[in-house]
Ligand binder design. Structure first.
Ligand code: GRF
Length: 212
């Protein structure tokens, strides 16, 4: 059964992970369809990019709303679109708790480092890669994980590593990680679409493919 996917982006998100998921669906690599992209601001380049790919977009801004009202609007949009999976891709805030609970085990996020290192509030973009460089780590990478009620702490689905080079700046490291992000996110969504992810406590078991 083909799954229905919504992608949530924030602010001025460029949407490269979103585009990777849409493209993988459109070329049939993922048995699913991105039916909705929700942004927090209309100016997000990601929304423009989604529209160019023929995907419906909506703006739901948390500004001037209580957390409860914002949650209800998100839930209404997701329910109305009959969404099976929500993918956060450059979504910079904590997803409201009612949404996390209603879609438990059906919300994923991508983080540009190897969690549980270099995660948590304020750890995004440049901050993550600078922290990796300052730590002296020789490897970094990305993590796709299920979303719980906190920043970057949900069960890990897929991780990919990249080397940290001696002459890296945060920009060169970010670019190397980003290539892996796109592949890791597509892999995780594909596994979900195939019904092959089982959450067991903090671990996510990847089930073997079922024979046709
Ligand atoms: C990515 O680095 C992702 O890991 C993080 O936000 C960034 C979004 O980039 N959560 P893009 O908008 O998908 O290009």
């Amino acid at each position: 059964m083909s799954i229905r996917i919504a992608v949530l982006v924030s602010g001025h998100g460029r949407g490269s992970n979103m585009a990777a998921i849409i493209d993988a669906c459109q070329r049939g690599e993922i048995d699913g369809q991105v039916v909705l992209v929700i942004g927090t601001r209309s100016e997000a380049p990601a929304l423009q990019r989604a529209a160019e790919k023929g995907v419906r977009t909506r703006v739901i801004s948390p500004r001037n709303l209580s957390e409860e009202e914002y949650a209800q609007r998100l839930l209404h949009a997701l329910d109305e679109a009959r969404v099976d999976l929500v993918c956060l891709a450059g979504y910079m805030r904590l997803l409201p708790v009612p949404v996390v609970r209603a879609y438990a085990g059906r919300v994923m996020n991508i983080h540009p480092a190897l969690l549980p290192l270099f995660g948590g509030k304020g750890m995004y973009g440049e901050h993550v890669h600078q922290a990796v460089l300052e730590s002296g780590m020789k490897v970094s990478g990305c993590t796709v994980h299920f979303v719980d009620e906190h920043y970057d702490t949900g069960p890990i689905i897929v991780q990919r590593c990249v080397p940290v080079e001696d002459d890296d700046t945060w920009e060169t490291l970010a670019a190397r990680v980003l290539v892996q992000e796109h592949q890791a996110y597509v892999q995780a969504v594909k596994l979900f679409a195939e019904g092959r992810l089982r959450i067991e406590g903090r671990r996510v078991r990847i089930l073997p493919p079922t024979s046709p």
